[in-house]
Design a protein around this ligand. Structure first.
Ligand code: SAH
Length: 358
């Protein structure tokens, strides 16, 4: 499995921190400014390979090629929404795996939703990403590359990054944290940690560990039900950690970081969308500095979940507002391009098995 920084005997250069790169370049007998030049090519100029690094001698570029592997994602499909400018990118990781990223232009800046794993082993009922299980973790460089390639391909700057695509980020913890530090590093793209959101299905030890990292990111918790029984039906992880344990970890995260928590709540018709559910949710989060994002479920063809009628969605939101809970209904982006998360990747893999090409 290619999920370590050392691939055969080569080091994945784009996953190295500035300090690590500096050490390697000095070990190769070069001065410190070379490391600055290379780091700049990798993380600011978003070079597609060593040969683009024109202020580095050809001889040293050859030495770098010997020592380092160079992660570069290839976009194999791009779908653009005719409604709102959302673009979905399918990237080839070069080993038979594919991941998707979704570009969303907003008035306040462009946002990119990235994947953290190829597949997922969390098995949430309504989610297309987990249907075929986990293939492998993404390297830090592969998470960065989704942003770098989308910026290069669109010519647009990305100001917000949400780790809400395929995969469970806290199931790929070390690579995730390294990715966040690289993305927000002042010598790199320098995206503010406040503009980075990590969404988790609720791996409690991961949340507690993340609280200690001294990061300023937003944590989003996929809650989807406010009582254990209902949550367990939707999300296998709820059988491992109770809502009580999850909320304790969330409070700990808030106490440590001071960052307002987001809860995601996918509304599924007849499952978690009653007034009683809204009341229970209000009680659960009352007194906590948080925001609730309601997501009318995106139907996935392999599953039988339906979206509640719009009036139910509004009613659920009103109930929360009456209880003075901060709540929004997530605006649906790119409704005309392969709806639910993970569907573009899944369709591509299925078509691949049937032998068609894009
Ligand atoms: N593993 C992470 C991030 C990936 S999914 C997590 O669980 O948070 C991002 C969000 O989309 C999660 O809240 C997830 O539960 C939700 N989601 C996945 N499939 C969905 C669907 N078909 N309809 C609505 N929300 C969905």
């Amino acid at each position: 499995m290619k999920e370590q920084l050392e691939d055969l005997d080569k080091t994945d250069i784009k996953s190295l921190t500035y300090e690590e790169l500096l050490k390697q370049i000095q070990d190769m007998g070069e001065k410190a400014f070379r490391a600055d030049q290379i780091y700049h090519w990798l993380h600011v100029k978003l070079a597609a390979g060593f040969d683009e690094m024109t202020n580095i001698s050809a001889a040293f570029r050859e030495q770098c090629k010997e020592r380092f592997s160079y992660t570069l994602l290839k976009a194999v499909r791009v779908q653009e929404s005719g409604i709102d400018g959302t673009k979905k990118f399918l990237f080839d990781l070069g080993d038979g795996n594919f991941v998707e990223s979704v570009f969303m232009p907003y008035h306040h800046g462009n946002s990119l939703c990235i994947s953290s794993q190829a597949g997922c082993r969390m098995g949430c009922q309504f989610c297309a990403s987990g249907i075929d299980g986990l293939s492998r973790n993404l390297l830090p460089s592969e998470m960065l590359e989704q942003i770098y390639r989308v910026e290069s391909l669109t010519g647009e700057r990305i100001s917000n990054v949400v780790v809400m695509g395929t995969g469970e980020p806290l199931d790929n913890y070390d690579n995730l944290v390294r990715f966040i530090r690289l993305l927000s590093h002042k010598k790199g793209l320098h995206i503010s940690q406040r503009n980075i959101t990590v969404s988790t299905c609720g791996i409690v030890p991961g949340i507690r560990r993340l609280a200690e990292e001294e990061l300023q990111i937003t944590l989003a918790i996929s809650l989807h039900a406010a009582d254990d029984k209902k949550r367990q039906k939707l999300m296998p992880i709820a059988k491992v950690y109770s809502i009580g344990e999850l909320m304790d970890a969330v409070r700990y995260y808030f106490d440590k970081t001071g960052r307002r928590i987001t809860f995601e709540y996918s509304l599924v018709s007849g499952v978690n969308d009653t007034y009683e559910d809204a009341e229970r949710l209000s009680r659960l989060v009352s007194g906590l500095n948080c925001h609730i994002n309601l997501i009318p479920v995106n139907p996935v063809k392999e599953r039988d979940f339906k979206r509640p009628k719009q009036t139910y969605v509004e009613g659920f939101k009103n109930k929360l507002e009456k209880n003075r809970i901060n709540v929004t209904i997530r605006r649906e982006m790119g409704a005309d391009i392969d709806g639910a998360c993970g569907q573009l990747r899944k369709r591509h893999l299925e078509e691949g098995k049937e032998g068609t090409h894009c």
